[in-house]
Write a protein that binds this ligand. Structure first.
Ligand code: NG1
Ligand code: ZN
Length: 532
């Protein structure tokens, strides 16, 4: 049965703030860090129970608020394969997080264990990590209180990137099996990716150095590690790698800043030379955005859509060169935020599916392809190889040296790419491999297709009133609003606009694109006017 005494004592130390409602959303619980103590404690208990439910498999917990402002924080659970928490548990987590007293929490917990028939005699194992936010250590202490109240076997991964935490979960659960994912340590992660990268660029001339904006977050740590191991193979120049100045995290830098404001971080002004490529990570290093300035000083964004196009084209070419185009079907998954230019370009070449915002939707849709490439426009994404594809790659007998080379590259890509979740560092190495193979600069990469001018705005409207359908591309509520949006959109050449409630912030988002900049801006602001 549940260790009620230790749970009661621990729960009393972590009372829920009255009047606050918590919701396990697309990125777990996420809000002001100072309000998350009780939630994080309860997540510790839930993580341990999820592990018991899954026969002692290792569950992950990551404390981060990613690209959001430094005072925010968040906590999310990672399932045994390194994936997002199974959807049905999101609701249980929300219910438990909102219990308002220790007695209510214990009752709900007891009910929960009974309903799900969790065998409490099973072991529980949990690995956890956090980003660099100042509220992190106290939240981790609350998490540990929850874990030890149940008696979980714990492992503290310390300050680490979100994708490394996902890697550790997968590696620990598949250790010593035929599906082994690499050595179960952060060193194992760096080693796995670096050695695949070295094999993939062997014989290629080294690219010019790459500027990496680390968002003043934990990505700086990973960039430093890769720099050490990769040496001359890839020269990384870290900027915004200050982990000690309060308030610096994600402030006027990082992937979200660049994507949203469509300009370089001010801190790069004196560093970035025309034609030189640069990239930005976000606060927990699971998003990546590239860009460059042309000779006229004009900014060119190479976002998640451009990364998807670059990577998918390269993989399709390798599959063909390996003689596997009839066995392996490559497909793309996007959300409504994908630029219309990218959707047009990709749909002419590959199957493209549009799903609702949120990594879990993209990830699951990508699993339906033999090789599924998914990226959100904001730079979060990865590539999934199905188990049949891995088998095909292992067993295929190439009939020419060229086929053998292509097959080798594909196999190395399966090692380079972090298939558990979007990973800024793994994606960075992947992009650099393709650029080296194609001898592309930012300019040639950018020329794959032309982005439609677009604008994303936030509106402070009551988001619970907004309900969507068709992969969030149309509103069903408030009634009548979609018809008004349609009416506006018709007046703009290549106009497209949609409205959806954010899953991570208390706002409604409005996206618009059109043939020319001024029209995209105007459409966005007029639709926002309808919403407000
Ligand atoms: P919301 O707040 O639901 O729009 C944002 C991103 C998502 C996803 C999540 C999780 C946009 C427009 N939205 O979600 O794509 O990355 O955060 O971090 O970029
Ligand atoms: Zn992130």
């Amino acid at each position: 049965s549940l260790p009620l005494e230790s749970l009661r004592a621990a729960s009393d130390k972590h009372p829920k703030p009255a009047h606050l409602h918590f919701q396990y959303g697309t990125a777990g619980f996420r809000t002001l860090g100072s309000t998350l103590d009780s939630v994080t404690f309860k997540v510790g208990v839930i993580a341990a129970l999820r592990s018991k439910k899954l026969d002692g498999k290792t569950i992950g917990v990551m404390v981060t608020a990613s690209h959001n402002p430094e005072p925010d924080n968040g906590v999310k659970l990672v399932d045994p394969r390194g994936e997002m928490l199974e959807a049905s548990w999101e609701g249980y987590a929300t219910t438990l997080a909102n219990t308002s007293s220790t007695e209510e929490f214990l009752d709900a917990l007891d009910q929960f264990v009974k309903t799900l028939r969790i065998d409490l005699s099973k072991p529980s194992r949990v690995v956890y990590g956090r980003d660099t936010r100042p509220s992190g250590p106290a939240l981790v202490a609350a998490l540990e209180d929850g874990l030890s109240a149940i008696g979980a076997e714990i492992r503290d991964a310390g300050v680490t990137t979100t994708p490394i935490l996902h890697y550790l979960v997968r590696a620990s659960n598949y250790k010593g099996t035929k599906d082994s994912y690499g050595e179960d340590s952060s060193e194992g992660y760096y080693e796995k990716l670096s050695s695949a990268f070295k094999k993939l660029v062997a014989g290629k001339s080294a690219l010019p150095p790459l500027i990496v904006d680390c968002a003043n977050g934990v990505g700086a740590q990973a960039v430093a590690e890769f720099s050490k191991i990769l040496g001359d193979k890839l020269k990384l120049i870290p900027v915004n790698d200050d982990l000690s100045t309060p308030g610096a995290l994600n402030n006027a830098c990082g992937a979200d800043f660049v994507k949203t404001s469509q300009k370089i971080p001010p801190s790069l002004t004196s560093v970035l030379k025309p034609g030189q490529r640069a990239c930005s990570l976000d606060g927990d290093a699971d998003r990546l955005i590239y860009y460059y300035l042309d000779e006229r000083g004009q900014f060119h964004l190479l976002d998640g859509d451009k990364i998807a196009a670059l990577v998918a084209a390269f993989i399709v070419e390798l599959v063909k060169n390996a003689g596997l185009e009839h066995e392996i079907r490559v497909g793309i998954v996007q959300t409504a935020y994908a630029n219309g230019g990218s959707t047009k370009y990709l749909s002419q070449r590959l199957p493209v599916k549009c799903v609702a915002t949120g990594v879990k939707h993209l990830h699951h849709a990508a699993e339906h392809y033999d090789i599924g490439v998914y990226f959100e426009a904001n730079g979060h994404g990865t590539v999934l190889f199905s188990s049949d594809t891995l088998k095909t790659l292992a067993e295929h007998q190439p009939s020419t040296p060229a086929q053998s080379t292509a097959l080798g590259h594909l196999t190395n890509l399966t090692q380079l790419i972090n298939q558990t979740v979007g990973d800024a560092l793994s994606d960075l190495l992947l992009v650099e491999v393709v650029l080296a193979h194609k001898s592309y600069s930012g300019f040639e990469w950018d020329s794959l297709y032309v982005d439609l001018p677009n604008r994303l705005v936030k509106v402070a409207a009551p988001r619970h009133l907004f309900k969507t359908e068709d992969a969030e591309r149309r509103l069903v509520s408030p009634p009548g609003l979609q018809a008004k949006i349609d009416e506006l959109v018709r007046r703009y050449e290549a106009g497209r606009s949609f409205v959806r409630p954010s899953g991570t912030e208390d706002v409604v988002r409005v996206y618009a694109e059109a043939m020319v900049r001024a029209q995209a801006d105007e459409l966005a602001f007029r639709v926002a006017g309808l919403v407000y």
